[in-house]
Design a protein around this ligand. Structure first.
Ligand code: IPE
Ligand code: MG
Length: 246
């Protein structure tokens, strides 16, 4: 890799990744798709470590979407077991590290065992002050926004808030990511250039980065490249922030 030097003062605080390409990674090697998912799950650990080393504070990864249930049953059960295998394999390391674990998405379709594991991981790491690693499981952004709208409507109906109290902050504060900093950078692996119902509200001013690398091959060097690209963007947030806009 060419020698990339990152600006330590411009490390993105919150990075999200759409983990894509596990199946194609496996196919390329004439392996069953599930082996791609296995490698992909383990890779979350390595990339999280790299993210923490680089000074990223929040890493939010898309593991399973509200639409992924339509895949064949055996693949769904494999992918849904993926975070469980991930936690089983890395529990000790994660609990012994400074990383804080969060899992966001619908909770009503997850198994009891799965939920117990999630609660255990969240509870055992809740006071950690290092990287916040969020796994999005049974997550869909439209579902998240719909849930927020229902919550807000309920408060209006119960006269807890007035309709004029509804503003952008209130909506932000009713999303799963309510305490999170603004999203700075979204990465999607595998060459697809779509958002696929991920963090639609949170993406408002994020920079987008697409790489052809399949998720199981995405590593620290790739993350450095993505951050380097981010650091060379001119973020104006709708304004005219500096001279490079000329
Ligand atoms: C990403 O890999 C993992 C999930 C979306 C669950 P894919 O399973 O989408 O891999 P491809 O796109 O078929 O290569
Ligand atoms: Mg895919």
């Amino acid at each position: 890799m060419e020698n990339i030097v990152l600006d330590k003062n411009k490390i993105p605080t919150h990075v999200a990744i759409i983990l894509d390409g596990n199946g194609r990674w496996a196919k390329q090697r004439h392996l069953p798709r599930v082996l791609g998912h296995r490698k992909g799950a383990f890779n979350i650990y390595d990339v999280s470590k790299a993210a923490a080393e680089l000074g990223i504070k929040y890493l939010t990864v898309f593991c399973f979407s509200t639409e992924n249930w339509t895949r064949p049953d055996d693949e769904v059960s494999y992918i849904m077991n993926k975070p469980m295998r991930f936690f089983k394999r890395f529990r000790k390391d994660i609990v012994g590290s400074s990383a804080r674990i969060k899992v966001i998405g619908r909770r009503d379709r997850l198994s009891k065992e799965f939920l117990e594991m999630v609660n255990d991981m969240e509870e055992s790491t809740k006071d950690h002050t290092g990287l916040t690693l969020t796994l999005c499981v049974d997550y869909g952004s439209r579902d998240e926004i719909t849930t927020a709208v229902k919550e807000i409507a309920k408060k209006v109906k119960n006269n807890e808030i007035d309709i004029n109290d509804i503003n952008e902050d209130l909506i932000t504060n009713n999303l799963f990511t309510k305490d999170y900093p603004e999203l700075d950078l979204l990465i999607r692996t595998s060459g697809e250039e779509r958002i696929s119902n991920y963090l639609l509200w949170q993406l408002a001013y994020a920079e987008l980065y697409f790489t052809k690398t399949y998720w199981p091959d995405f590593n620290k060097d790739e993350l450095v490249k993505a951050i380097y690209s981010y650091q060379n963007r001119n973020r104006r947030f709708g304004g005219l922030k500096d001279d490079s806009s000329k």
